[in-house]
Design a protein around this ligand. Structure first.
Ligand SMILES: [Ca+2]
Ligand SMILES: [Ca+2]
Length: 491
């Protein structure tokens, strides 16, 4: 259930291998996949055929050959090796191959461009798409919430059994910066069970976007969010209820990764924790770049003997992880670490029960930043080094913005069109959100709110004193007034 493995209907850019008769260099309009790349080899070796519709129930190109951050060259060489005549890249990550193409028709080239990738003026913060889903019961029906149909009859919606704390989970096609999640319930006429949406937690990855609680349910409602993730979880807190979701629509912008055409590089860890420390076996020793497996020569991370000891670490930058390599202790006690669960955020990379190893690589193809190893045994564990490989997401560079002054706003006609966040605001935070969303101007208001837009000033400039509420996340900064924005320009 990875976004790497499946995806919904989206356009695919398709290329063909030219026959021997076609010797000329062919024009190719490469899809940009996180980086602007010259792709001479592919354009020389293949011919771009255009952008074609795909269908997740009836694939245009029959074979999914790879799903790890794709480049045209990579997809070309995989399909060439497999003897597939046509290849298509999709969703920034997937490579499909086949011997025929085009059964669902050709579409406008624009459908084959990842939003916000190559044109800053393009409207960003668009709709994001799910690749697959799961739910607590009635599993097959979860797809009705991601089928892009807004029919509100129960048979056309994702519906769980009447049960305790039902949940629904969808994995996005690609990790994204998520700003808004809209839920569409079944029509009130059909509600016979207690409605699980009356008390529901909306999560993106491991972060809570919103906790909704009300005696009344809703037909349709949007919830703000401000996090990077590749999965959405809708979890009811009710003890006996049926969860009914006719549509889950997510808005935001796909995130970019650094170095996706190179081999995955080592990822830096920001901090770590462990269930207990034995001697000087601090968890930092597992991330010091030294894989020495003799704890006496070079300290490892070591816990005491206890029930199911664990170590966890947070990556400096949320990343698309590809692999985790664990170096065990070799001078003694290595068999403490041969039954464990290795997770990234809340997903299992490895459920290991096997031989004691000195070092071992575990593939872990998830997006996230919280890494955890938890023993299933009741003995001390030692980790001498843990190497995490992958692609860090691209963060905005140093904050570059210019203050434009204090401007009046109006509840009924907002100066800046889009409320992007309302949680613990600072100038830098509002800047980075709006920068990621491609919004040219941003304004902070009421100490907590961040607005973004492409124009500003329609209700006029006012005295700076009207914008004197301290920012919730930085008391030294001013974050507007009750209905006034401190407005800035993204440079
Ligand atoms: Ca639907
Ligand atoms: Ca070490």
């Amino acid at each position: 259930t990875l976004w790497h493995q499946q995806l919904l209907t989206k356009g695919a850019a398709i290329f063909g291998f030219p026959s021997a008769a076609q010797q000329s260099v062919h024009q190719c309009q490469p899809l940009k996949l996180g980086q602007q790349l010259p792709l001479p080899s592919v354009s020389a070796l293949s011919e771009a055929l255009g952008c074609y519709k795909d269908n997740h129930k009836d694939r245009d190109l029959g074979q999914l050959t790879s799903s790890i951050l794709m480049s045209h060259e990579k997809c070309y060489s995989i399909c060439k090796r497999l003897g597939l005549k046509y290849f298509g890249v999709q969703g920034g990550a997937h490579c499909w191959g086949g011997s025929t193409y085009g059964k669902h028709g050709k579409v406008d080239e624009k459908k084959c461009s990842i939003p916000c990738e190559d044109n800053e003026k393009q409207r960003c913060g668009g709709r994001l798409y799910f690749g697959n889903c799961e739910q607590s019961s009635g599993r097959s029906s979860c797809v009705f919430a991601i089928d892009e149909s807004y029919n509100q009859e129960p048979t056309q919606c994702a519906v769980t059994s009447l049960e305790g704390k039902p949940w629904w989970m969808g994995v996005l096609e690609t990790p994204a910066y998520i700003t808004k999640i809209t839920l569409l319930n079944i029509d009130q006429l059909y509600r016979s069970h207690p409605d699980a949406l009356r008390a529901v937690t909306i999560m993106a990855g491991d972060d809570v976007c919103f906790r909704y609680e009300s005696d009344e349910s809703f037909v349709k409602r949007s919830f703000p969010c401000d996090t990077v993730a590749d999965q959405i979880v809708i979890r009811s807190r009710m003890d006996s209820a049926a969860l009914t979701l006719c549509d889950v629509t997510v808005y935001g912008a796909p995130i970019r990764f650094r170095g996706v055409v190179d081999d995955a590089g080592p990822l830096r860890v920001q901090w770590c924790q462990q269930s207990s420390v034995s001697g000087n076996g601090y968890c930092e020793n597992a991330f010091d770049g030294d894989a020495n497996s003799n704890h006496n020569a070079r300290p490892c991370a070591v816990t005491i003997d206890e029930a199911t000891p664990w170590m966890s670490a947070r990556l400096e930058i949320p990343s698309l992880v590809t692999e985790i390599k664990i170096f065990n202790r070799a001078d003694c006690c290595g068999d403490g670490l041969n039954q464990f669960l290795l997770t990234l955020d809340n997903r299992v990379c490895a459920d290991y029960e096997g031989a004691t190893f000195e070092s071992k690589s575990f593939p872990c193809k998830f997006f996230g930043d919280r890494l955890r190893i938890k023993s299933k045994k009741n003995r001390a564990i030692s980790v001498c080094e843990m190497q995490v490989l992958g692609y860090p997401m691209e963060l905005p560079r140093d904050a570059k913005f210019k203050a434009l002054g204090c401007y009046k706003d109006n509840h009924k006609d907002r100066d800046l069109g889009q409320l992007v966040s309302s949680i613990l605001m600072s100038h830098e935070k509002c800047y980075s959100i709006c920068k990621r969303l491609g919004l040219k101007y941003f304004g902070v208001q009421g100490g907590a709110h961040c607005w973004g837009g492409s124009t500003y000033g329609k209700h006029g400039k006012v005295d700076e004193k009207k914008c004197s509420i301290p920012c919730e996340d930085n008391e030294r900064q001013r974050c507007g007034g009750s209905i006034f924005n401190n407005i800035f320009e993204v440079l």
